[in-house]
Design a protein around this ligand. Sequence first.
Ligand SMILES: [Zn+2]
Length: 459
Amino acid sequence: MNGFRRIAGIIFAGLLLTGSLAAGEVKNVIWIIGDGMGPEAMGFFMQGVRYAGLEAYPGKVSNLETLMNGGEWGLFFNNTHDTVVTDSAASATQMATGKFSRPEFVGMDYNSQPAETLLELARKQGKSIGIISDTYITDATPAGFTAHVQNRNQKMEIARQIVALAPEVVMGGGQKYFTTGENKKLLRQAKKKGYRVALNKKDLAAVKSGKVLGLFAPEAIPMSVELDQYPAIPSLAEQTQKAVELLSQNEQGFILVVEAGKIDWAGHANDAGAWFHEMKALDDLLGYVKSYADKNGETLVYLNADHDTGLGAFTYRHLGKEKAMQKTAQGEVLYGGDTDYASFDAFRQFAQQKKSLYNLELELKKMPAAQLTPQYLQKRLSEALGYEVDINEFENLSDVSGLFKQLNKSRGLVWATPNHSSLPILSVAYGQEADEFTGVYHNTDILPRMKNALGWSEE
Ligand SMILES: [Zn+2]
C-alpha cells in the first residue's frame, strides 16, 4: 500500500468508525414478527418465487429476498428460562422485555414479575406506538408487547390491558374480546379514550388521524389462503400502511410491531400450501415497509420470528424400481433410477391452493364415514388444492388424518412435528442501525440492541 492510499484508508476507516459509534439515529422502528417462521419457511418461499415461475412474481424475486440482500442478518436462540423449546407468549415476552420468561407467561419474567415492554418504554420517550396481528389482537404475540398476565389464555384481561395502555394503533381480529361478557363495555371505553373503531376496510380508510382500534373479525382473521372470500377485511399490508400513515404524524417518531401470525398455524397444520400463502401475505407487507424505510431514512425495519413451527421441507422419496427407471441414451441408470427429488411444480400448486387443509380436515372429520367415498374425497381435495389430485395410490381412505399425511408424502414434503421446534431463528435488519442485529444472539438481547439503535442506552 502506498502512502496516499494508506492515509486515505485510515481516513475512510475513521469515517466508518464514527458512523458506527453514532448510535441512536433511529427515529422509527417497524418490527415484523413472522409467528412460527423458521429459516426453512423463508427459504421455502424465496425458492418458490425464484424458480417456480409464479404469476404474482414475474421478476422472480420476493420482497423478502430483496430486504435480506439489502440488510443485515443475525441468528438467535429463543429458549426460555427453563425450557429449550418456547411458545409465542414466552418468546414475545422475552423479545419485548429483554427478560427471561416461561412458556405461556405474558409480559412477566420467569419469577412472575411484570417486566416493562418496548412499547411501554417507547411511550415514555414520547413516541407513538402501534400493534397489529393478523390473528386476533389478544393473541400471545401482541399481548407480550402490551400486557402483563400470568397466562396467555387470559384474553379478556389482555384486552382490558391493551385499552388501558392505549397504543395509537391497535388492529387485528378478536372483536369478541371487546364486546362480550365481562368486556361488554370495553369498546365504549375505548371510544371514550379517543379511539375510532374500524370494523372493515371502508371504516379503516376513513380514519385519517388520531387513534384507531381495528377489529376486523369476531375471532381470528381467516387463513390467507381463504381470505379472498372476505373482501371487507383489510390485508396485513393495508393495515400496516394505514398504521404507518397514522403513527408517522408524531414528530417524535413511532414504534410499530406487526405480527404475521398464521405462518405458525399453517406450520402446526403441516399445510405447505397455506404456509406459502401466509408467507406471501408477509411478503406483500415487506414490499411496502421497505419502500417506506427507503423514503423515510430514519426508520429501522427489523424482521424476525418468535420460533419455528413444523420443521417442514422438501425431501426425496423412493418410488420403487419399476416406476422410474430412467436411463440415459447409453443405457445407464440415472441416480439410482427410483428416486423422486421433488419438483418445482409443487410451488405452482401451492400458489393455486384455495382452502386451508386444516379446515378441510375438520370438515371431513365431522362427516359420516359412509359419505367419504374415494370419489368424494378426490373431489374435495382437488377443489381445496386447486388442481386435480390423484388419490388412487392412497391407502386406508377412512383415516382422514392419514389422508393428509399421504398427500404430503406424495408431494415430497416432510414435516418433523405438528409443534414448535428449537431451530434457531434468522433476523433481518434493514435501514438505520441495522448492524446492531448481526451475529449469534439470544432473543433477550433484542431489546438492549433495539435501545442502542434508538439511542436510549446510557453511554
Ligand atoms: Zn404455535
